[in-house]
Design a protein around this ligand. Structure first.
Ligand SMILES: *Cc1c(COP(=O)(O)O)cnc(C)c1O
Length: 482
């Protein structure tokens, strides 16, 4: 494989392309092919072509087999090429491919909603709304929250509070509550809402003070949110939006004990809704179906799901809605003022339903917890003391490794080194896919990779991930030394 390392194209401030550009790609010229008609993520390089996938492995056109250690962006929860899901999709297509939700419904959509609310009802979430992407789900949740207050006689609530180092999607609403800088810079202030403010992430490795206990750290973050509400006027806030376990931006940051319970109390004090974005960390990924289940007594008002909901078999995402919100809408306008042509698409719902049935049948959430514990401990013994490994963190099969230039001071690498994409490249050339990210610390500095294999992973495959990742790391460390 050949990598082009120098680029002549215009760089955005802070190297905006660094989180999306991989170094693993080949240029069009190297491919010896014509300029592609498809607009790829890079206009200069093109990604490698996949011809098939089975279980945890992908096969590329050059014949190489890649162990999928990250499921794209933590998407493929049940692995690739599942026949049962394929059959469910085909069965849906052979009966009805599409109907408009204004006039019709389908069993697939109803049953997927039943399956999810069976899991969420104990937490007060009684209805499901389906769209085609995580970003659409976050926008829908933001609209539901706003409509709730309007119909509840509080139209003066017009603000959202979210967290730094968070990602909620790329549509205008979702991007506005996101703080993933590289994905925002060209649009900031033009295609973003200005009624959003941000508080600190729950990011213990960099945020927790030396003398502070976990509980004290949680209490300080909760106080910061309370202060922010006070600052903007708590009666003007619609909702607080947060990823339960932070995903791609700062790599699998887990909340300190008591954090979300405290957050819930503060939101309740002022009648502010709590929106938990579990698009990446939900659907079993962290070893409980919802990540918030591990946070004590936390009942979110709205929860978004995505990636693992369809497991990559179809574009589907959703919002789970609390009875509290449902009741206010029901006794008001009695409809959600929103809608998409492809909402609750029958084939997407059939795919999502089949994936969720497999998760349940094969007890994959429990499996995720035990395989995740194994993967975490194996990663710790292989890389925990490595020179450039700052922290290994996460939960279940959702693990992040943050890299630093200096472990003692936690000083990150210079962005120009592109440590994370270097790691990705080194792993991929050895047959392992991991999900890299930069800007881990503040949107500009910092590097990480995420390891998030299918929940169906075997113990042998766990060992193989660790073996390949260690080889990749050792190679990068060696190259950096010269
Ligand atoms: C991926 C992601 C989104 C956006 O989902 P898309 O399907 O890419 O639009 C939103 N929130 C979180 C936490 C995500 O990881």
């Amino acid at each position: 494989m050949c990598f082009s390392k120098s680029k002549s194209h215009v760089q955005y401030p802070n190297d905006i392309t660094s989180t999306t550009r991989t170094r693993m790609t080949i240029t069009n010229a190297q491919a010896g092919e014509q300029e592609p008609s498809l607009l790829h993520r890079s206009l200069i390089e093109r990604p490698q072509k996949v011809i098939s996938g089975s279980g945890i492995y992908l096969t590329l056109t050059d014949g190489s087999r890649i162990l999928d250690g990250c499921c794209g962006a933590a998407v493929s929860v049940i692995g690739h090429g599942n026949k049962q899901v394929q059959d469910a999709i085909m069965q849906q297509y052979s009966s009805i491919e599409y109907v408009h939700t204004m006039a019709y419904t389908t069993s697939s959509a109803e049953e997927l909603a039943d399956a999810l609310t069976e899991l969420s009802k104990p937490f007060g979430l009684t209805k499901a709304y389906f769209v085609c992407s995580g970003s659409e789900a976050v926008d829908a949740a933001m609209k539901l929250a706003r409509q709730y207050h309007v119909e509840n006689g509080q139209p003066q609530r017009k603000r959202f509070v979210a967290r730094r180092q968070a990602y909620h999607g790329n549509t205008i609403g979702a991007m506005s509550v996101s703080s993933n800088l590289p994905r925002k810079i060209p649009y900031d202030g033009v295609l973003t809402l200005d009624n959003v403010s941000f508080v600190s992430p729950a990011y213990a490795y960099r945020g927790q003070r030396g003398a502070e206990t976990e509980e004290q750290y949680a209490a300080r973050l909760v106080q910061e949110l309370d202060d922010e509400f006070q600052q903007v006027g708590p009666e003007t806030v619609i909702a607080f939006v947060a990823e339960t376990v932070g995903g791609a931006t700062a790599a699998c940051i887990t909340p300190p004990k008591g954090y979300f319970e405290g957050i819930r109390k503060v939101c309740d004090r002022y009648g502010i809704l709590l929106i938990l974005d579990e698009i990446m960390c939900g659907s079993g990924r962290t070893g409980s179906y919802f990540a918030f289940e591990r946070e004590g007594d936390v009942r979110p008002d709205l929860v978004t799901l995505g990636k693992g909901l369809g497991g990559g078999y179809a574009p589907i995402a959703g919002v789970l809605i609390s009875e509290k919100v449902v009741q206010v809408l029901k006794s008001g306008s009695a409809s959600f003022v929103h809608g998409h042509t492809y909402q609750a698409h029958p084939a997407c719902c059939a795919a999502g339903l089949a994936v969720q049935q497999i998760i349940k049948r094969d007890d994959l959430v429990a499996k995720c917890l035990s395989r995740g514990a194994l993967l975490e401990s194996r990663l710790r013994s292989a890389l925990g003391d490595a020179k450039y490994v700052g922290e290994i963190r996460g939960r279940g099969l959702f693990l992040g490794i943050e890299f630093v230039q200096d472990r003692a001071s936690k000083q990150p690498f210079k962005p120009a080194i592109k440590f994370a994409s270097w790691m990705q490249e080194a792993a991929h050339s050895r047959g392992l896919a991991v999900y890299p990210g930069s800007g881990t610390v503040d949107g500009v500095n910092g590097d990480h990779v995420i390891v998030a294999p299918p929940l169906t992973i075997t113990e042998e495959e766990v060992e193989e991930i660790v073996r390949l990742l260690k080889m990749a790391y050792d190679a990068v460390e060696g190259e950096l030394a010269v």
